[in-house]
Write a protein that binds this ligand. Structure first.
Ligand code: PMP
Length: 334
């Protein structure tokens, strides 16, 4: 018998897929962990479960309590599933710039959804601060605080990192992914460095973020304007990211991300969101840095259906000056 217990029992142990076209193109093994196969549909199920489990263990979250969080959507979706399964109420504060599909999923799951204008972190009206305030003012409520609560990073140190190590039999040369809270990169990076300090850990960044420059030069300096990606890039270094050894970084612009999303769709049969496209483009870049014969791992963080009205809508893409590549065209990274 091979039976898991409940929603949280189904989180993790996702497949590691070799991308044939891109492995051939780069002369490396390009491997992607299919995190969209988690039961809530994204990599953030792992963090959501860890945040709730830690709050239960510490006694802060009591039966019938409320979980409040500020999120770009995926952590909220994971939290809403787990709250339903464990009898908690769920309140999600989300910037109104996020996709309608994510808002609809949160409502479908019964979370109370508060969409607020997207303003910088230093503004007290930023979604993260509003979430904290609501938790402070609500009886028997916790603020999950995914950005600075390192229970987020622990989820990946304890599960995603070891899974990657076992699935590759330790034969991994580089790991790269984009970061929002930093939990995924920091947790996996720390675990892989502990197993083998020679593993290259790299950060992939969208435009409109300071993190690539922070890794490369130690400066909190923006690269480019904004990005159509959701849930990644940051203007600050979170507690989850702090103190993590990161060897290198790259900024991937939106057209390259879109090109890769469509390459994955048309030539690998995978329908994923923009952060996954950016991750895989960055993995091909890292393959170029490390040279032929290396094994590079990244994540497919969530499914394309979460962005049907944007990333898969030519009119919407045109408003961002982005074009859909021809179906037959193969990804190129010059
Ligand atoms: N990709 C997507 C689609 C996400 O929603 C998130 C989380 N915001 C990330 C990547 C980044 O993960 P992390 O928060 O662990 O850095």
């Amino acid at each position: 018998m091979n039976i898991v217990k409940g929603f949280n029992g189904a989180i993790g142990n996702t497949p590691l897929i070799k991308l044939s076209t891109l492995s051939e193109l780069s002369q490396c093994n390009i491997l992607v962990k299919a995190e969209f196969m988690n039961p809530g549909g994204s990599v953030k199920d792992r963090a959501a479960f860890s945040l709730i489990q830690q709050a239960e263990k510490s006694g802060l979250l009591k039966p019938g309590g409320t979980v409040v969080e500020g999120t770009a959507g995926n952590t909220g979706i994971g939290l809403a599933h787990i709250c339903n399964a464990r009898g908690y109420k769920c309140v999600i504060v989300i910037p109104e710039t996020q996709s309608q599909e994510k808002l609809d999923s949160l409502k479908l799951l019964g979370a109370e959804v508060i969409a607020v204008p997207a303003v910088p972190f230093k503004n007290p009206e930023n979604y993260v601060h509003i979430a904290k305030k609501i938790a402070d003012e609500t009886k028997n409520a916790i603020w999950a605080n995914q950005f600075d609560n390192t229970a987020n990073r622990d989820a990946h140190f304890n599960t995603t990192g070891p899974e990657i190590w076992q699935q590759t039999d330790g034969a991994i040369n580089g790991f790269i992914c984009a970061t929002g809270t930093g939990g995924t990169l920091a947790g996996i990076g720390r675990y892989l460095k502990q197993q083998n300090p020679d593993t290259c850990i790299a950060l992939a960044d969208p435009t409109g973020s300071v993190l690539a420059q922070w890794v490369l030069n130690g400066e909190l300096k923006l690269t480019g304007d904004g990005s159509i990606t959701e849930g990644i890039g940051n203007g600050r270094v979170t507690a989850n990211l702090q103190g993590t050894e990161i060897d290198t970084a790259v900024t991937i612009d939106d057209q390259i991300t879109v090109d890769m999303v469509y390459h994955l769709l048309n030539h690998e049969g995978l329908l994923v969101g923009a952060s996954s496209g950016l991750n895989v483009a960055a993995a091909v870049w890292l393959a170029g840095q490390l040279g032929p014969g290396n094994t590079i791992v990244t994540l497919l963080t969530d499914h394309g259906s979460r962005y049907q009205s944007r990333l898969f809508n030519p009119e919407w893409l045109a408003t961002k000056n982005l074009i859909i590549p021809a179906k037959a065209s193969f990804f190129k990274l010059d």
